[in-house]
Structure formats: C-alpha cells, structure tokens
Write a protein of this length. Structure first.
Length: 427
C-alpha cells in the first residue's frame, strides 16, 4: 500500500467498492464483506466501518476507528490523514489532530494548510491563524479561509491589509485568462460590512457588478443579499426598475425580503410578473415560494409550464418539479410525468432512469417506500447497456438491497477493475 496506488484506486474504484455500495452493505448488515475488503486495502470499506465505529460509541469505538484507518494514514496519503484528523477533532482530541496535520501543513500543501488553520482557530489561536494564512493570501482559497476564521475577532482592518487590493484580479480590466491573479472584491466587501461600513461595501460591489460589459454574477448576488440583509427595499426596487446589469439577482433578493416581512402576496406578484414574461428562473423562484407555503398545486402548475418553455436543458426545473410532487404525496404522478416528458422530448435512457431513481429515493426518505424500493431502483438493463460507472454502481447498490451482496461485488469487479476493463478494450 502506498499513496500513489491509493490515489489511483480512489479515482477509478479499481479493486475497491464504491462508497454508495459500501453504505448499502453496512445498512443491510454485510459488515463481514466490508471487513474482508478493508483488510485487503479497500479505503472506502475501511472508512465506512470507521465511521460506524466512531458513531456507535465510546472510547472503544474510537480505538477501532483509528485502527481501521491507520494503515492508510501511515502512508501519508492526504484523504486518510484528513479523515483521521477530522475524527480526532470531532472527539475534541484537538492536540492530537494538530500534531497529525501540522507536518502536512508545514509542506505548504494547500488543503492541509486550510484544514490545520480551521483546527487552530477551534483552539482559539487566532494569532497563529493569521501568521499561517496571512503570508499566503495570494491563494484565493486561503484568503477566503482567513476572512472566515477571523470573523468576530476585531481584526478586519488588519486582514483587509493582508488581502490583495481590489483591481489586482479580473476586475479592472477584465482579464481572467491573462493573469493568475484573482478577484478580491467579494472579500473586501465582506470585511467592510463586518466593520459596519455597509455603504462602502455596497458601493464597492455596485462598482464592480459589471466590468467592460461583463456581469460578475458573484458581485451582483452579494450586493443583492447585502441590500436585503439590511432591509434596503427601495434600492432593490430601483435596481429592478432601472433594468441595470445583474438585476436578475435583485429580484429573488427582493422577493425573499418581502416574504421575510410577511408580505408573501407581494412576493408572489413580483415573481409572477417576470415568470409570465417567460423567465424560467423567475418561475423556479415562484415555485419554490409556493412550495415553502404548501401551495404545491400552484408550484406544480408553474413548473410544468416552465419545463416546456425553458428550452435546452430543463433538468434543473424537472428536478424541483419531481421534488414538489413527492412533497405533495404524489410520487406516482412524478414518475408518470417523467415517462411522458422523456417520451415527448427524447433524451438519454440513462438520464431517464436516473431521474426516476431520484424520485424513488425522495419517496423512500419520506417513509413511503418499503425495502424492495431501496434506492436507486433503476432499469438494470439500461444502465448496464450504456456501461457508465454510475450505472454500474447503481446496479450493484440495487443488488445489495435485494439481498445479493456477492452478486453485487462480482458485478463491480467485472465492470470496474482496471485489468479486466483493459482486457475487454483489447478484445
């Protein structure tokens, strides 16, 4: 066992049982299969057993969990080290977690630095967090963590000085492909807001909603949320009325503000105005609003129309429609709708099968399914025919749920193992 081999198997499932199937095996009492595979170096099986041991209780469970994971972590393989570190932190064994993670963070490994910084913050060592992340703020992900972890510690002005200045990245001018620099506007706006300088934060975001004719969705979304958070209804309405760049983000923010204030009818009227003009995003927002208030029939009607007129990929609308059907205790209608939709519009059979599986999974979570409907229930012949790894895993999961774990493992080995796949390709 070494880190390179573990990385390969983690990506390909070569010789390993995928997480969805390990979860099904554990759920249905087949821990013996998991233990045998873990002993042969299957990370997903070892992790499943370790998580179960850690959850089931006490110091004995902790010892068992660590024993299962130690062979993997001892190689220095980061996913295993991270998992052990998180377990130790969950058990409030923070010093041990820090001792484990520190050597990896010292190498400059980005994820290790991020994980270690969060752990140090939990210990209350904010000075150490700043010392660790402050020199690394040229890395956008680490700068974001620094801003997050220092919230509420009264150091926002200091942190702002450590973050690259506005305009270094793709803001002025818009050159995302010509530089490695990045957009610092959202972080500086966050730091201004945290200092109570809300007007300055809003002005900064507004200035960079659009640059050289390119709308920055993140800036627009953050500005809309900021205005809503401080109850600036008039500014949101003005943004909509002026039809300025990014106004589509002002609409859901204003609707949310109206709903929060108990003015739901006004929120509905606002969203109806845009959805009636053929905006599928407004229809989606309107349906979510209806569903939150248990107007499922209205939500379904809106989504049915949006799915027919959205054009192109309507999966995001159909997914919400099916969810609302299930919430309204109409899962059978969701399945019938999917069958009709795919019959009329076409589409890959695998996509159809996956959509049906999601409905059955939602129904199962609501306690309306028996064991025989263990998700995902999909036409095995469709998934196996197209040979996708997701299809292979779905079939194996179903076989486990039907009480045929050995057959499930054999199916995985025949379809996912690298040597056999190569042999099939050669033939």
């Amino acid at each position: 066992m070494d880190a390179v081999d573990l990385d390969h198997r983690h990506r390909t499932y070569d010789g390993w049982i995928p997480p969805a199937v390990t979860a099904a095996l554990h759920k249905h009492g087949h821990d013996g299969i998991l233990r045998d595979a873990a002993a042969r170096g299957d990370w997903f099986c070892a992790r499943q057993l370790a998580e179960a041991a850690a959850t089931d209780g006490g110091s004995g469970g902790q010892v068992e969990a660590l024993a299962l994971l130690e062979p993997f972590a001892s190689t220095g393989w980061w996913p295993a080290v991270r998992t052990v570190g998180r377990l130790l932190a969950d058990w409030e064994r923070l010093d041990e977690a820090a001792e484990l993670l520190r050597p990896h963070a010292d190498t400059g490994h980005r994820e290790a630095v991020r994980e270690f910084a969060r752990l140090v913050a939990r210990q209350g060592h904010i000075d150490e967090v700043v010392a660790l992340l402050g020199p690394r703020t040229a890395d956008s992900s680490l700068a974001e963590v620094l801003v997050q972890l220092t919230a509420g510690h009264g150091r926002d002005e200091e942190i702002a000085a450590l973050i690259p200045s506005v305009g270094v990245g793709p803001t002025v001018p818009f050159e995302p492909w010509a530089t490695d620099a990045w957009d610092t506007v959202p972080l500086h706006a966050t730091l201004l807001e945290r200092q109570g300088r809300v007007d300055e934060a809003a002005a900064l975001l507004r200035r960079y909603v659009s640059v050289d004719g390119m709308v920055f969705a993140g800036h627009a979304r953050q500005l809309a949320a900021l205005l809503a958070r401080y109850g600036r209804e008039a500014e949101l309405r003005a943004w909509l009325d002026l039809d300025e760049d990014g106004e589509e983000y002002a609409r859901p923010a204003l609707a949310g503000l109206l709903e929060e204030r108990g003015r739901t009818e006004e929120a509905v009227a606002l969203l109806k105005q845009y959805s009636s003009e053929g905006d599928p995003h407004a229809a989606f927002e309107l349906a979510e609003l209806f569903a939150r208030h248990d107007y499922h029939c209205e939500a379904i009607e809106v989504l049915r129309g949006a799915a027919e007129t959205a054009g192109g990929d309507a999966d995001w609308i159909i997914h919400l429609l099916c969810r609302v059907f299930v919430e309204a205790d109409r899962a059978d209608e969701a399945l019938a709708y999917l069958d009709d939709y795919f019959a009329r519009h076409g589409g890959h059979p695998d996509e159809h099968a996956h959509a049906r599986a999601q409905v059955l999974k939602l129904r199962s979570r609501r306690g309306e399914d028996d064991a025989e409907h263990c998700p995902p229930v999909v036409p095995a012949e469709d998934l196996m025919h197209f040979g996708t790894s997701g299809g292979v895993i779905a079939v194996a999961e179903r076989l486990v749920c039907q009480g045929e774990p050995e057959k499930a493992i054999a199916h995985l080995r025949s379809r996912l193992d690298g040597t056999r796949r190569l042999r099939a390709e050669d033939l």
